[in-house]
Each structure stands twice: as structure tokens, then as C-alpha cells.
Write a protein that binds this ligand. Structure first.
Ligand SMILES: [Zn+2]
Length: 655
């Protein structure tokens, strides 16, 4: 259905002289309808309903902190989930992104921040080397490994390898591979690496790509803007290191075995996840709390690995992560794992801050920020949200990153606003008060060009344009859908979508299809413009005028001209007359302009498009309202005043 056929926005009527006088909406009722709560959902999702696991990793790693090296063996069991035989295998060697300044990751990273190029040449690099690769019960594949750069043909990029097999893996069959590999651990500046004796290990092991139903491999290079995509499976990882290290990792701890040489082996395991990260630092303070979670019988164990200098952040971490876990468990489905580990990296390892891994997140606490800046809560809530939007509903972060970052950023705003209740959720400091959700509009004003939100991450103009589209623009779009559908229906959709795609990999198409099913509408027009297209939205009041009728001197001919300067979105229009009466018009036809004409005993006073600010996607809010002439003080209605003030302030704040 095209956008012109859309009829299901709130029922409105075309304006005419008779409806004009009779349709005076009680403002209080409208405002009340905006604040209706969402339905409570706590249906459990059964992991056994999900698809069969595809991978099983068993890794034995030994960290040599003095050399900043790691040696490991890895047994990978891979099941071919398709109907096509796999003649080759492809693997990510993400760690090679940090091999030197000319990798694709580093080149793109340098483009993101020109000034860092000099530093990029001087920093300590790292990398991964596969010393041996054998098919268990079969051939030695070590010498058959070739590097490839499917995205940009960069010969200096070694983040993807391909291995041909003498004997293909038939559909449904299993192959077992034994790797021996070693890492040189880089100085940490993006997510993974070390700082002094602090280690954060992400993207650190050879990871098989995703074999797709068309018989091709989904195995992109490591890009500066892109994150990850992998099949679900079982991980069991043993890390041996000096016993003074405090260790945290994805999954549950199975055992810790001390050895005579002063080392200890920590073993962690978890089913139905798609990545594994761990951290080690002698100074970590390890704290634990059990959290009851709606819909779960057993509590979830919350493990906090805290920088001992951040004692003041202890409760901020615990409270915000537990709040987010309860919020999403209630709205989507109960958090299904038994543990969540929250890592608080030291400031020197700030590159590790604010990242998500299955059942493990890194926060970010900066001691010198005032308490009114809710950075610690924002990062914790955002990264926990990824346990659902990435961890469980595992969309493709390479190609459709908005599906996790955009949705998760939207929920970050929802959870932050619920967490801080009445007070502004992001910033409440020296009279500057900004809510988390409303903070997204500001950066959008500065983007150099509007791109498709839904495109591969490395196709964006810059890191700034990537995050402004994939995080901010997508979140503002979803916020606009919330205004359009109502909170209850949007949350109902998210609950159904999340449960349908738990332990799966939904696409944008799945998202839109499910949304249309749940709402009984065709919302394709919105996605075609603002997610799959490069449309921007700007609705404007062009003019308003009132002329006394010669034939009937007690009546006025009133005219309002509305413009769709850019894009289409249905909007409510509030018209206020000089005599204090208010009329609302639903502006939903897709023409580029709309002239509203009527005669009335009172002339026009003012016109506001979207007076309740339900369309945050509207690019320019200042042109959303116009007043006929300087208003007489006593005639200003509260709603109109608020509408004007709110829109003008927002418009000014986020120029
Ligand atoms: Zn994120």
C-alpha cells in the first residue's frame, strides 16, 4: 500500500465550517492519552524452540602478561546448516585489524580522525597468527590458508582467511578443526588489547563466518565502523594466567584450578551465544549481587568488576543494570542467561568502555564528571540493552546495523527516562536539562548529507555519519513511530518481534513484516523514506491569514497554508482562533502542500504542526508554528503556549 492510501492514523475529519465550531478537543484528554502505559509482557522464550546451534568452540588459552602475548588451541565444531555443500571455509581474524597502520580498520579509523594518523603510526600493534590448522581426522590445512579482502581488496588487510577443503562439508554434516594460534596483544584503543596490566580480550580468536543458504560466505573484513555477525553456538573457554589476576568472562564460571607454577586456569562456558570476550586485571574489585527478574524463577547473578578507584560508581552500575534487565525482561521476554558480567575499565583503557558481548558488557565511569551527567547509567543501560538487541535478537551488524544500534538506542532512551523518572535522564547540571531521547536530534542537525540508514556500515561517509544514522536517526525514527502508533502498540510489536526472533537473525524485511502484521497496517512508506531511503522530513506552516468578509462583516475568511518541504509523515495541526477556540486537523494526504480554508466569526491566532511533539523526525521545528500577530496575553491557551515554547526551545537547542 502506498503512502497515499494510509488512512489509519488517528481518525480525523476534513475541516469544514460545521465541524470547525463543534470539534473542540479537550486538551487534557489528549495529553492523558499520550501518557498511557505499555502492556506488561513476561512470556518466557524457550531456547529449545530456536534453531540448532551451528558452532561449538573449545578454547584453551594461556596469557603471558609480561610479553603481552597469548597462546591458544581451539577446537571448532561446525555444522553446515544449509542445503549446499561447503567446499571452502572462511574465518574472521579480527585481531589482525590491529596489525599495523595500513589495515582496512586502521585506514578507516584514520579517516575518522585525521589527527590520530600520526599516533596510529607510533602505537603498539598486535595481531593473530595461526600456527597450525588441522581437520581432525583429516588433512593438515595450515599451508592452504589464504588471506582475502572481499570488501576492498586491501593487500595489507589480513582479517579474513579462506581454506579450501579436499572433502567438502555436506549439508547437515559436521567438521571439526583444531587451531593453534598466538596473539600479540595491542595497546588498547578500540575495544580490545591491553593497558599496563589491564587486558580486555574481544575479537581475539579465529571465528568462522556465516555460511548462507545460497552457498556463499558472509565473512566481511573488520571495518572501523562495523561490528559483528555470527551463528549461535556453545563456547567453553579456559584461560590460564598468573593467579593475581581477577578474571571476568562471557558465560558462567565452571572452575578455577590453581597450578604449582603460580598460575590458575579459569574455565567459563555458555550455550546459545555468538561471541566470547574476557578481561583480566589484578586490581579489579569483584562484586556480586543476585537480581530477581520478572518471569524468571532463579535470580540472575550480576558480577561487577570494578576499578577500585570507582567505588562511588558501585551502586550506579548495579542499580542501572538491574533496572535495565528488569525493564526489558518485562517488556520483551525474561533475560534467559544466569549471569551478566559488568566490566568497569580503568580510564587508561577507555577504548574498552561501552561495548557489548554475550552476557558481558563494559561500562564507562569517568570520576571527574559531575553526578548530574548520567554517563555511567547511560552506557550501562545501553550496553545491557544489547543483550537483547544483538545478543539474543542477533541482527547483522555488518550490513543492517540500525537493527541493533538504532533499536537499542531507542530503548536506551526509554529505559533512561523510566530510570530517572521526573528528572531529565541524560543531563541535569547547572540548569542544563536534557533527556536521553531528546538528545538524539541535536547531532542530526550537523550531518553533511542524509544517507540510507540501512546500508553496510563501511559505506557511510564517515564514522560520524555512521553513528548519526544508525544510532540517532534510527532511534528518532522509532520514536516517531511511537508517536504515531502509540506506546502500547509499539511495545506490543517489540515484544512479539523479540520473541519471534530470539536466537535468530532478523533482517529489516522481517522487522517491517512483523510490524505490519502486529499493527494491521502497511508502514512500508515510512521505511522506504527514512530507513531504506535518504528522505528527510520537514513539515512547515507557510502562512496564515484572515480577512473580514464583505458580504458578512461579522465573519472572517481564514486560510492556512501548510507545506511538506521534505518527506511525508501524517501530522496533527492545531489551529487556534483569536476567540480562544482550538481546532485540530489531521493532515495526512501526501500532497506537497495543503490549504485549509474556512469562514468563522473569529480570525486566526496561530497554527502549530504536531503540537505534542510526536514527530521528532521533523528536521526543523522552528517552522512548525506561526502566529498571526503579536498575541494578546490573556488569550493564550496553555496548550498552545506550551506547544510553541517546547518547539521553539527544541528548535533553538538543536540547531
Ligand atoms: Zn550500541
Amino acid at each position: 500500500m502506498g503512502m497515499g492510501a494510509e488512512t489509519s492514523f488517528r481518525e480525523g475529519e476534513k475541516m469544514n465550517k460545521t465541524s470547525m465550531a463543534s470539534r473542540i478537543f479537550p486538551v487534557a484528554l489528549l495529553l492523558a492519552s499520550l501518557t498511557c502505559g505499555a502492556r506488561t509482557v513476561a512470556e518466557t522464550v524457550d531456547p529449545s524452540d530456536g534453531p540448532e546451534p551451528v558452532v561449538e568452540y573449545a578454547i584453551d588459552a594461556r596469557l603471558l602478561p609480561a610479553n603481552r602475548d597469548l597462546e591458544a588451541t581451539q577446537v571448532l565444531t561446525w555444522r553446515n546448516p544449509t542445503q549446499i555443500a561447503a567446499k571452502t571455509l572462511r574465518f574472521h581474524l579480527y585481531y589482525n585489524a590491529f596489525r599495523g597502520p595500513e589495515t582496512t580498520f586502521m585506514r578507516e579509523h584514520g579517516l575518522r580522525r585525521f589527527k590520530s594518523r600520526k599516533k596510529d603510526r607510533e602505537r603498539r600493534y598486535g595481531g593473530i597468527d595461526i600456527l597450525e590448522l588441522n581437520r581432525i581426522g583429516g588433512e593438515n590445512l595450515t599451508k592452504k590458508i589464504t588471506f582475502m579482502a572481499p570488501d576492498d581488496n586491501n593487500e595489507n588487510d589480513r582479517t579474513v582467511i579462506e581454506v579450501p577443503l579436499l572433502e567438502p562439508v555436506a549439508p547437515g554434516d559436521v567438521i571439526r578443526l583444531r587451531f593453534r594460534f598466538q596473539l600479540k596483544i595491542p595497546e588498547i584503543f578500540v575495544r580490545t588489547g591491553c593497558w599496563k596490566d589491564f587486558f580486555f580480550m574481544g575479537q581475539w580468536f579465529p571465528k568462522i563466518g556465516v555460511f548462507q543458504s545460497d552457498g556463499t560466505w558472509h565473512c566481511h573484513q573488520f571495518h572501523a565502523n562495523s561490528e559483528f555477525f555470527a551463528d549461535f553456538g556453545r563456547y567453553r573457554v579456559a584461560v590460564t594466567l598468573p593467579e593475581e589476576y581477577v578474571v571476568g568472562a562471557t558465560g558462567n564460571s565452571v572452575s578455577a584450578v590453581n597450578h604449582a607454577d603460580g598460575t590458575v586456569t579459569h574455565t567459563f562456558a555458555q550455550d546459545r551465544i555468538h561471541d566470547f570476550a574476557w578481561t583480566a586485571w589484578p586490581q579489579f574489585k569483584q562484586l556480586r549481587r543476585n537480581a530477581t527478574v520478572p518471569g524468571r524463577e532463579r535470580p540472575v547473578e550480576v558480577v561487577l568488576l570494578l576499578d577500585p578507584q570507582h567505588e562511588d560508581a558501585r551502586d550506579r552500575y548495579f542499580h542501572s543494570v538491574i533496572f535495565a534487565m528488569r525493564f526489558l525482561s518485562e517488556k520483551l521476554f525474561p533475560y534467559p542467561y544466569d549471569r551478566i558480567t559488568v566490566v568497569d575499565p580503568p580510564l587508561g583503557a577507555a577504548g574498552a568502555m561501552g561495548m557489548e558481548y554475550p552476557t558481558l558488557i563494559t561500562g564507562g565511569h569517568i570520576s571527574f564528571l559531575p553526578d548530574g551527567m548520567h554517563f555511567t547509567e547511560m552506557v550501562t543501560i545501553h550496553e545491557f540493552g544489547h543483550q537483547f538487541w544483538y545478543g539474543l535478537i542477533a541482527s547483522d551488524e555488518f550490513r543492517e546495523a540500525w537493527l541493533d544500534e538504532g533499536i537499542n538506542t531507542f530503548f536506551e532512551g526509554e529505559i533512561m527516562d523510566a530510570y530517572f523518572k521526573e528528572s531529565p535522564s541524560l543531563l541535569d547540571w547547572f540548569g542544563i536539562r536534557i533527556g536521553d531521547a531528546e538528545s538524539r536530534r541535536g547531532p542530526l542537525k550537523g550531518i553533511p548529507v542524509v544517507e540510507r540508514v540501512n546500508q553496510p556500515s563501511w559505506h557511510f561517509l564517515s564514522g560520524g555519519n555512521y553513528s548519526n544514522h544508525v544510532y540517532n536517526r534510527a532511534a528518532v525514527f522509532i520514536d516517531t513511530l511511537k508517536g504515531y502508533l502509540g506506546k502500547e502498540q509499539l511495545y506490543d510489536f517489540f515484544a512479539q518481534y523479540a520473541r519471534k526472533y530470539a536466537w535468530r537473525h532478523p533482517s529489516t524485511h522481517d522487522f517491517v513484516t512483523t510490524l505490519n502484521e502486529v499493527t494491521g497496517r502497511d508502514l512500508g512508506w515510512a521505511f522506504e523514506q527514512f530507513i531504506n531511503g535518504t528522505g528527510r522530513l520537514d513539515l512547515a506552516v507557510h502562512s496564515l491569514s484572515s480577512q473580514r468578509l464583505e458580504s458578512d462583516p461579522v465573519s472572517y475568511r481564514n486560510e492556512v497554508l501548510l507545506l511538506r518541504r521534505e518527506g511525508f509523515f501524517p501530522a496533527e495541526v492545531l489551529i487556534r482562533l483569536r476567540n480562544g477556540r482550538e481546532v485540530r486537523h489531521l493532515w495526512k494526504d501526501p500532497g506537497r502542500w495543503k490549504r485549509l480554508e474556512f469562514t468563522h466569526e473569529s480570525p486566526l491566532h496561530a497554527v502549530v504542526i504536531d503540537p505534542e511533539f510526536r514527530i521528532p523526525l521533523d528536521h526543523d521545528l522552528i517552522n512548525n508554528s506561526k502566529t498571526a500577530r503579536p498575541a494578546r496575553r490573556e488569550s493564550q491557551g496553555a496548550a498552545l503556549k506550551l506547544g510553541f515554547l517546547f518547539q521553539t526551545l527544541l528548535g533553538m537547542l538543536f540547531m
